[in-house]
Design a protein around this ligand. Structure first.
Ligand SMILES: CC(=O)N[C@H]1[C@@H](OP(=O)(O)OP(=O)(O)OC[C@H]2O[C@@H](n3ccc(=O)[nH]c3=O)[C@H](O)[C@@H]2O)O[C@H](CO)[C@@H](O)[C@@H]1O[C@H](C)C(=O)N[C@@H](C)C(=O)N[C@H](CCC(=O)O)C(=O)O
Ligand SMILES: Nc1ncnc2c1ncn2[C@@H]1O[C@H](COP(=O)(O)OP(=O)(O)OP(=O)(O)O)[C@@H](O)[C@H]1O
Length: 491
């Protein structure tokens, strides 16, 4: 591709062009670990690193032209106001707007993104339609499955994955869109057929500073719709939707919603609820545990139905979806001890409250909640989580999550500040010991909720020290040790 092909698109961010516009490049990258011959390299002053400082290394590996935020010597470059915006524009031109050839579904919200995107993928597979998904737990790009450290990857990676989907004849691309990605222009050039907003409750205030900023970042997704795109929005947010010319379809328990959820029945086999829809009243059965999943399920029903799929076919395909790893996942081995253990990724106050209250409906026994809070992330939510867990559980055990460089004891103290007085709460720093204690304390009929880390395979103490620790595997290991030592009665 010739430089002149991107100049027009970049027009609004260019400060200076210091290269021949007939120069050609064959590859684009903003990551020095991903350079090929004749690469156009995008330098950025990031939060941790300034890649303007490594232009010599990058050039040695094959970069020929640079996009920069400050002038460099010795190499041809284009100086821009903001490299992040430039990256999204260049990716868009280089990969020829692949989203135009796909059904694109972008889901944002504090909780429920992963579940909604995976459910959408499942239904499309049931319909025999191929496509891709990306998000926290898994990227599945036309069957090529891998984990990415970001919920929403960089603009180049997303667009490249969409391009691959088009080339391999995929029909859709469903993705989780984080608030970080929205404010860092990672999805700025993408256009969606459908955007979904699950809910907006407190999280990530370390990054966004205020809840209003966080909400604004999330709602920005509404600016990224295709001309005939549809926004499927939780009815609770109706007053936050800007008055623009976009098609908004709402869901929720409020009778004014377009899709009204009512009469949710929850048990160990899942949820059953009734749904008032523009196509009449429907009954929905899902294997997902937890009332809150009625919202995720309805978001996906509305998304598919509003773009033309038959509502009965969609509802029927939902019943075979077994859920996502680490989201109210039952550890069946616990039954051998006469108790129940559920693993859940709840790591925000709202999610924790909803998870505990959902479980409350499943037992007459006690709820023992084992949880902590991640380091380097929204300190203010810690006491709120302490309050919620101690208020709604019978016993709460505060422990270590992923400290990410912070002192685990300090994090636990922050959580303890919110613990309701008179509640039964103890703190055990070592997560394995905390889970072990919960299992020891549990009586027949009790439920242990191990919250906060869900599917995550490593406990991250700091950048250089992470240890394998999957809540599910640890819980199962402890169960078998107790069985072998005869420590607990069998069911
Ligand atoms: C704070 C933050 O959001 N950082 C994101 C941001 O990085 P950055 O721009 O600050 O990059 P940087 O690490 O300083 O490096 C600057 C530039 O140098 C390049 N570089 C850097 C080092 C090197 O050796 N070579 C090299 O070329 C980098 O590719 C980058 O272009 O842009 C990168 C590319 O998109 C992201 O990978 C990175 O996510 C970091 C890893 C991160 O932890 N982000 C979290 C906060 C985040 O984004 N989380 C949300 C989900 C939140 C949730 O819902 O739980 C997400 O979408 O993942
Ligand atoms: N609709 C919902 N309302 C409230 N809580 C929810 C909802 N859906 C899921 N949760 C809770 O949030 C947790 C994370 O769910 P999920 O992974 O689907 O969300 P997410 O938005 O992808 O989160 P993240 O981006 O942090 O991975 C679940 O384990 C559950 O506790």
């Amino acid at each position: 591709m010739k430089i002149k092909e991107i100049l027009k698109a970049l027009n609004s961010v260019i400060l200076k062009v210091n290269c021949d516009e007939n120069m050609e490049f064959d590859y684009i990258s903003s990551n020095s670990k991903d350079i090929k011959e004749n690469t156009l390299f995008i330098c950025r002053k990031g939060f941790n690193f300034d890649s303007h400082k490594i232009v010599d290394d990058v050039a040695r590996n094959g970069a020929e032209i640079f996009i920069v935020e400050e002038e460099i010597e010795d190499y041809p470059y284009i100086l821009v106001v903001d490299s992040r915006i430039a990256e999204s524009i260049i990716a868009d031109v280089f990969f020829q707007k692949p989203y135009e050839k796909l059904i694109t579904f972008g889901v944002t919200g504090t909780n429920g993104k992963t579940t909604s995107v995976h459910l959408f993928h499942h239904i499309m597979h049931q319909f025999g339609i191929k496509g891709s998904i990306s998000g926290t737990v898994l990227n599945d790009i036309m069957g090529d499955k891998f984990y990415h450290h970001n919920t929403t990857p960089s603009a180049i990676e997303i667009t490249k994955n969409m391009f691959k989907t088009v080339i391999e004849d995929g029909k859709y691309y469903a993705m989780e869109v984080s608030s970080h990605a929205l404010s860092q222009y990672r999805v700025e050039s993408i256009r969606y057929d459908i955007v979904g907003i699950t809910n907006i409750t407190r999280d990530h205030l370390d990054f966004h500073q205020t809840f209003e900023n966080y909400k604004r970042a999330k709602l920005h997704i509404l600016n990224l719709l295709k001309p005939n795109g549809i926004a499927i929005v939780n009815h609770e947010l109706i007053h936050d939707i800007p008055k623009k010319n976009i098609r908004v379809v709402t869901f929720g328990t409020d009778n004014n919603s377009d899709y009204v959820i009512h009469e949710i029945i929850s048990n160990w086999s899942g949820i059953f609820f009734k749904l008032k829809t523009p196509f009449g009243e429907k009954k929905v059965v899902s294997q997902l545990l937890g009332d809150f999943n009625a919202f995720n399920v309805t978001l996906v029903i509305a998304a598919l139905v509003e773009i033309g799929y038959d509502i009965d076919d969609v509802i029927s395909a939902i019943s075979t979806f077994r859920g996502v790893d680490g989201r109210l996942e039952i550890i069946s081995e616990a039954k051998k001890l006469g108790i129940e253990i559920v693993i859940d990724f709840a790591h925000t106050p709202d999610a924790l409250e909803k998870a505990i209250l959902s479980i409350r409906k499943l037992t007459k026994g006690r709820i023992i909640t084992v949880f902590g809070a991640g380091g380097q992330s929204d300190v203010g939510k810690r006491p709120m989580m302490g309050e919620i867990a101690s208020k709604y559980s019978d016993i709460c055990i505060i422990t270590t999550d992923d400290p990410r460089g912070e002192d685990p004891v300090k994090i636990i103290k922050d959580i303890e500040e919110g613990v309701v007085s008179g509640s039964l709460s103890l703190s055990i720093i070592d997560r394995r010991e905390a889970i072990d204690t919960a299992i020891t304390l549990a009586n027949r009929g009790d439920i242990i909720l191990i919250a906060g880390r869900g599917h995550e395979p490593y406990q991250v103490f700091d950048e250089n020290y992470k240890v394998p620790f999957k809540d599910r595997d640890v819980a199962i290991d402890i169960i078998y040790k107790k069985i072998n030592k005869g420590e607990k009665t069998f069911k």
